[in-house]
Design a protein around this ligand. Structure first.
Ligand code: URA
Length: 237
């Protein structure tokens, strides 16, 4: 049996402040197993009891995992004083407290971003020790050479002396390249190409490990990850 206080459940699952959750309970908007419960500290078994808020049945989830195709122009941050963030793009029905993006994409980078409230999950994908490779497509201001591919594989040393782990670079023709890295240093790919004398005009993340950005998820769109997708992402971690 896994019990939790009713106000905590309503607050976390319906993205209400604790005081609004308590108010909703007090005024009779919450029922447990079909009966209105007005005592906010009631212990409820989240696995076996049926909770409804304003007639909406709750399917309890400890954490939420959202996949987004990040558009240009928004910050990968939980909040910002003035700029629009990826959290501002999350629709109300997926909104939870404490959401954060798993790793950062630059404001002008597009593509695969996962947003969650599960810190352990994020650590599994981000820790360089776990060597989870992320794949990007870059549009460059010149063509890559075999020598550049070798240098990336050996490990680029950035202008400030930082040694990067091996990265894998492949030409896709027409100044386009696929690049795989397993770290997330600030502007890492742009700085790596800078070392070999190339500028990055466009950058899109297309995969995390073997999990690819779904083709039907348009820029700016997001949806909840399916259970099997979450397990797939965590398979080696
Ligand atoms: N490397 C960059 O330079 N930018 C990103 O957004 C991600 C990786």
């Amino acid at each position: 049996m896994k019990t939790q206080r009713l106000d905590k459940i309503i607050s976390s699952q319906f993205n209400l402040t604790r005081s609004n959750a308590r108010r909703a309970i007090r005024i009779g908007q919450v029922s447990v197993d079909g009966k209105i419960v007005k005592e906010f500290a009631t212990a409820v078994d989240i696995n076996s009891q049926k909770i409804e808020y304003c007639g909406k049945a709750l399917s309890y989830k400890e954490h939420i995992y959202i996949i987004m195709n990040k558009p240009k122009g928004v910050l990968s941050a939980s909040q910002d004083k003035s700029a629009k963030t990826v959290i501002d793009l999350i629709p109300q029905q997926l909104m939870r407290k404490n959401l954060f993006p798993v790793g950062r994409l630059d404001r002008d980078t597009t593509g695969l971003l996962i947003i969650t409230d599960d810190g352990d999950f994020a650590h599994s994908l981000l820790s360089p020790k776990k060597k989870v490779y992320k794949t990007y497509i870059a549009v460059l201001d010149g063509d890559i050479t075999d020598q550049m591919c070798k240098e990336f594989t050996k490990g680029i040393v950035l202008a400030d002396g930082t040694e990067c782990r091996p990265a894998y670079l492949k030409s896709l023709g027409n100044c386009c390249a696929e690049i795989k890295i397993c770290e997330g240093r600030y502007h890492q790919i742009k700085r790596m190409f800078g070392v070999v004398g190339l500028g990055v005009n466009e950058l899109k993340r297309v995969a995390i490990d073997d999990f690819w950005l779904p083709e039907d998820l348009k820029e700016g769109e997001c949806r909840e990850l399916e259970k099997n997708e979450i397990s797939f992402l965590l398979k080696d971690c």
